[in-house]
Structure formats: C-alpha cells, structure tokens
Design a protein around this ligand. Structure first.
Ligand code: THU
Length: 154
C-alpha cells in the first residue's frame, strides 16, 4: 500500500465507537488456555469498523491474536488495489496499564498501515473509564522491515 496516505485524526465519536467495539470484542475471545482476553477493532477509511478477538487452540502456537483476527478478513475480502486505509486500531485487554500489541501483530499491522502515524489505542481493565495509551505503529515498530523494503530489492 502507498506510504503517503496519512490517516486523518479521529473525531470523539469515532474514537468512542472504536474503543467500545474493541472492549466489547473481548467477550468473544476464545482463550481457555490463557484466560487472557483480547479484543480489537479496526476503523477503515470507508467508515466501517471490523472487530476481532484472540482465538486459541490446544496446540498453543497455532492460535491467533485479536489484532490479526480483525485485520486478515478485511484484507482477504477486498480486491487489490482497492484496499481501504486503516485509520486507527483499538486493542482492549483486562490488564492495566493496558497491554500493547505483540511483536507479530506489530509486524502485521505495519504491513497494511499506509502511514507510520497510524494510531493504536490501548485500553485496560477499566475500559473506557480507565487510562488509554495511544501510540503510532511507527513508535511501536521503529526501524521496521516492510513492503517498501521488498520493493527496494526489485
Ligand atoms: N494476544 C493477543 O490477542 N494480542 C496481542 O497483541 C498479545 C497477545 C493473545 C494471544 C493469546 O491468546 C493471549 O493473548 C495470551 O498471549
């Protein structure tokens, strides 16, 4: 995806919806092995919200994180090059201070981010009533290796 498109900042209502959906998505987590619930929500430039939650299996490395669970169906349902811009992502867990996306998810988010400024909002045990941590994908994954590096090798 093009790296010049900057995700415009979110309105108060959009952030409230994004956060609420990520927090609500925790209820759908399938995490009988860790009991660590994670919910995620992605806001697209189309105005659509897509949620995901972590899904574990008995063979533990096979499970998937909430963030990738939210993003993969978006990518898999839209023909290239029509990919909408991801404007923001929210992640919710039951711990405070809030957890941040794992390394694998940072790499996955980076793949589909059109800007290093893509904001990631993190919510903890008190949900909307608690503290929120906001960081960009560029801050979470500095010196990243991404699609542009593959292009540079052509
Ligand atoms: N998990 C996520 O869903 N997202 C993250 O960014 C960190 C970890 C999940 C994976 C596993 O189901 C559980 O949390 C404990 O690691």
């Amino acid at each position: 995806m093009a790296s010049h498109q900057n995700p415009a900042s979110l309105s108060k209502d959009e952030l409230h919806t994004l956060a609420s959906k990520a927090i609500d998505a925790k209820a759908y987590a399938y995490c009988p092995y860790s009991n660590f619930r994670v919910g995620a929500c992605v806001l697209l430039s189309t105005g659509a919200y897509h949620t995901g939650s972590n899904v574990e299996v008995a063979s533990t490395p096979v499970g998937i994180c909430a963030e990738r669970c939210a993003i993969a169906p978006i990518v898999a349902s839209i023909k290239r090059p029509d990919m909408p811009v991801i404007r923001a992502i929210a992640v919710a867990t039951d711990i405070s201070p809030p957890a941040s996306p794992c390394g694998m998810c940072r790499q996955f988010i980076n793949e589909f981010a059109t800007s290093k400024d893509l904001p990631i909002y993190m919510y903890g045990k008190d949900g909307l009533d608690g503290d929120v941590v906001k960081m960009t994908i560029g801050e979470l994954l500095p010196m990243s290796f991404g699609p542009n590096d593959m292009d540079r090798n052509k």
